[in-house]
Design a protein around this ligand. Structure first.
Ligand code: NAD
Ligand code: TYD
Length: 352
């Protein structure tokens, strides 16, 4: 079959990437979706079991920072567009080993940009969409929101590597005329989220009656968005966003970590038929994260005004769907926590 587009989705076996791949494969039967993923600890093909046999889906195992792998996938599949999500994504791991973040997030992005630039003759016909984070803007005080004009001020090794990759993406637009689009999204939550990040970690620990480690006083604020709404936003920007522009993505949904964990505890108590208040007893305040950003909050009005995007679910609805998914997919949890997870967990949390 002659496909209209042949889209390379990097990091498609990860949390957000798998939702992106699923949305594209199920919505556009005339696109071929090539999921390019190294399958690190965070990548899992189980995330895509429901679509793996579709005729418009292909998996290619490779490393975004490898010239050989990227060259091979561009040639083999005649890539027409890129949606780039592959990254090392966990702030705590970036504090422990920053070089992996430079390798994948910075060098990997530049490697992809180079191949796209060299491979695509008519640059106006091909889109390179780079998926980034609001963390590049740094940390907010009690008031204000991040807009697309907020100066970059990354504080963690993770956000610094993402900020660096964003700058290279913009440089390839200005210098070489690559048709880039970029999105900077707030914290995502939803199904298939690896249980090292706050929400899935808390759900997993509540299920197992394990301590719930809240960093510092639990007063840091994050702005949460349901992952499927993020995938919808990327889809809109990829198809209809302006070239050379970045778009902030977020749902005006700020929570302190402690309020969120307590809400989750009560929701889980209901779902597990425990006495309300039982799970809250598991909360433990532990040593704070080094350089912990105080508050993130996104102004997504550009995306709403230009592309008419807004979240499709409330936080309460999204969180309930998420909890239900984890409770019904114990096998997935067992599988992703079977490798080095316990080792990571003990190293990171014991004696904290
Ligand atoms: P994730 O850690 O769940 O998944 C990352 C995926 O990338 C995994 O499948 C992994 O195997 C793959 N990968 C890692 N290194 C690779 C390499 N060298 N080559 C090829 N594949 C590699 O991450 P996520 O939470 O799904 O985030 C996806 C993207 O969205 C990232 O770029 C992240 O910065 C961005 N983002 C995430 C959030 C969030 O809340 N999770 C918010 C905004 C932006
Ligand atoms: P996380 O899910 O790692 O996302 P990010 O650091 O990219 O925002 O963390 C979300 C918030 O939760 C952040 O303020 C750190 C905090 N946190 C805890 O309090 N305990 C934990 O065990 C984890 C993983 C995070």
């Amino acid at each position: 079959m002659e496909f209209k587009k042949r889209i390379l989705v990097t990091g498609g076996a990860g949390f957000i990437g798998s939702h992106m791949v699923r949305l594209l494969v199920n919505t556009y039967s005339d696109y071929l979706v090539i999921n390019f993923d190294k399958l690190t600890y965070a990548g899992n093909l189980e995330n895509l079991k429901d679509i793996e046999n579709k005729s418009n889906y292909v998996f290619f195992q490779g490393d975004v920072s490898s010239e050989k792998d990227v060259n091979e996938v561009f040639k083999t599949h005649q890539i027409s567009d890129v949606i780039h999500l592959a990254a090392e994504s966990h702030v705590d791991r970036s504090i422990e080993s920053p070089m992996e973040f430079v390798q994948t997030n910075v060098l990997g992005t530049v490697n992809l940009l180079q191949h796209a630039k060299n491979f695509w003759e008519d640059k106006g016909k091909h889109v390179f969409h780079h998926v980034s984070t609001d963390e590049v803007y740094g940390s907010l005080g009690n008031t204000g929101l991040f807009t697309e004009k907020t100066p970059y001020d990354p504080r963690s090794p993770y956000s610094s590597s993402k900020a660096s990759s964003d700058h290279f993406v913009m440089a390839f637009y200005h210098t070489y005329g690559l048709s880039i689009k970029m999105s900077n999204c707030s914290n995502n939550y939803g199904s298939h989220h690896f249980p090292e990040k706050l929400i899935p970690l808390m759900i997993h620990n509540i299920c197992n009656n394990k301590d719930l480690p809240v960093y510092g006083k639990g007063d840091n604020i994050r702005d949460w968005l349901w992952v499927e709404d993020h995938a919808r936003a990327i889809n809109e920007i990829f198809h209809h966003g302006r070239v050379g522009q970045s778009y902030n993505v977020g749902g005006l949904n700020e929570w302190t970590n402690l309020d969120l964990v307590e809400y989750l505890c009560d929701l889980m108590d209901k779902k597990l038929n425990r006495n309300i208040g039982a799970s809250r007893k598991l909360i433990r305040f532990v040593k704070d994260r080094a350089g912990h950003d105080q508050r993130y909050a996104i102004d997504a009005s550009k995306l709403k005004e230009e592309l008419n995007w807004s979240p499709s679910v409330t936080f309460e609805e999204g969180l309930e769907k998420t909890v239900d998914w984890y409770l019904n997919n114990e096998e997935w949890i067992n599988q992703v926590t079977s490798g080095d997870y316990q080792k990571y967990y003990s190293k990171h949390y014991n004696n904290r």
